[in-house]
Design a protein around this ligand. Structure first.
Ligand SMILES: Nc1nc2c(c(=O)[nH]1)N[C@H]1C(S)=C(S)[C@@H](COP(=O)(O)O)O[C@H]1N2
Ligand SMILES: [Mo]
Length: 252
C-alpha cells in the first residue's frame, strides 16, 4: 500500500533523528512526543508508529507539492462509487440546498453548515495530486474552505487531538490529527477544476487532504467530530479503513 522504500527511508530518517541508535530509541521518541497512531496495534504496529512519528518529526510544516494549471490532468479519474442512497438522491434532486455539515464534539459552539454557508467563507484552491493506494493518480484544482477556518468558527477546545469525518455513504468515516486538520492545504472541498465538485468526486462536499493518500480523502462529508480520543469511534482504530486493515496515517 505505501511505497516501501519511502517507508524505509523515513524509518531510517527517524533513527537518525534519534541519534542513529536504532529503532528502539525511535519508538521511545514516538511515545515521548505522543506520536503513536490509533492503529499501532496491528500487524505493522511498529512500522505504522515509525512512519507517522518520523513524518511528524521531520516534515511537520511541509506542504504537498502544488502544480501549475497546465499540469491539470485532462481526465480526472473518479473511483468506483457505491450505489447512492435514497437520502442522497433526495438531496441531489434539491441541488443540495438541504445538505448540511454538522460539527460537534470538543467545540465551543456545535453548528451545522449548508454548502452556501461554507461558500460564504474565504475560498481557497490548490492544484495537487490525488494518489490512490492502487497506483493511479491525477492532478486537479481543488476549491474549498480550509478546514481550519470552519474549526475556528466553532471554536476548538484545547484538548482536541483529532477530527473524525463521516460520510453520508454508510460505514465510511476516517480521522486526522490536529496537525493535518489545521494544515493550510486541508480543505472542505466543494469545487474542482473551476466547477462544482462533481458527485463522482464526492460532491457536494469532500475532505481534500493532499498530504495523505486517496482513501483518506472521504467523499460526501456530512459530519465532523472533534475529539481527544478515537477509542469511542468504531473499533477505536481511527477509521473504517483501519478496521479493514488499511493504515490510519498515510502521509505522502
Ligand atoms: N465516501 C467515499 N469516499 C471515498 C471513497 C469511497 O469509496 N467512498 N474512495 C476513496 C479512495 S480509495 C480514493 S483513491 C479517492 C478517489 O477520489 P476520486 O474518486 O475523486 O478520484 O476517494 C476516496 N474517498
Ligand atoms: Mo483509493
Amino acid at each position: 500500500m505505501i511505497n516501501l522504500s519511502r517507508r524505509k527511508l523515513l524509518v531510517s530518517g527517524l533513527a537518525a533523528t534519534a541519534g542513529a541508535s536504532g529503532l528502539a530509541v525511535a519508538a521511545r521518541l514516538a511515545q515521548k512526543y505522543g506520536l503513536v497512531p490509533p492503529d499501532h496495534g496491528g500487524i505493522y504496529g511498529l512500522g505504522e508508529t515509525l512512519t507517522y512519528a518520523s513524518q511528524r518529526l521531520l516534515t511537520r510544516h511541509s506542504l504537498a507539492r502544488e502544480f501549475s494549471r497546465s499540469q491539470i490532468s485532462p481526465r480526472p479519474f473518479p473511483n468506483e462509487l457505491a450505489p447512492l442512497t435514497e437520502e442522497f438522491k433526495r438531496l441531489q434532486a434539491g441541488r443540495f440546498a438541504d445538505w448540511r455539515l454538522s460539527v460537534d464534539g470538543l467545540v465551543a459552539e456545535p453548528a451545522s453548515f449548508s454548502i452556501a454557508d461554507l461558500k460564504s467563507y474565504p475560498s481557497r484552491s490548490h492544484i495537487t495530486e490525488l494518489a490512490c493506494e492502487e497506483g493511479w493518480s491525477y492532478i486537479a484544482e481543488w476549491i474549498g474552505v480550509p478546514l481550519s477556518h470552519v474549526l475556528n468558527v466553532v471554536g476548538v477546545h484545547p484538548q482536541a487531538k483529532y477530527v473524525v469525518y463521516t460520510s453520508m455513504e454508510p460505514d465510511t468515516w476516517d480521522s486526522i490529527d490536529m496537525a493535518d486538520a489545521l494544515h493550510p492545504q486541508t480543505f472542505l472541498c466543494y469545487g474542482m477544476n473551476g466547477s462544482e465538485l462533481p458527485v463522482a468526486h464526492g460532491g457536494p462536499l469532500r475532505i481534500r487532504l493532499p498530504r495523505q493518500i486517496g482513501y483518506k480523502n472521504i467523499k460526501f462529508i456530512t459530519r465532523l467530530t472533534v475529539t481527544d480520543s478515537l477509542k469511542r469511534f468504531g473499533k477505536g482504530l481511527g477509521s473504517a479503513a483501519c478496521e479493514a486493515g488499511y493504515a490510519w496515517y498515510t502521509g505522502i
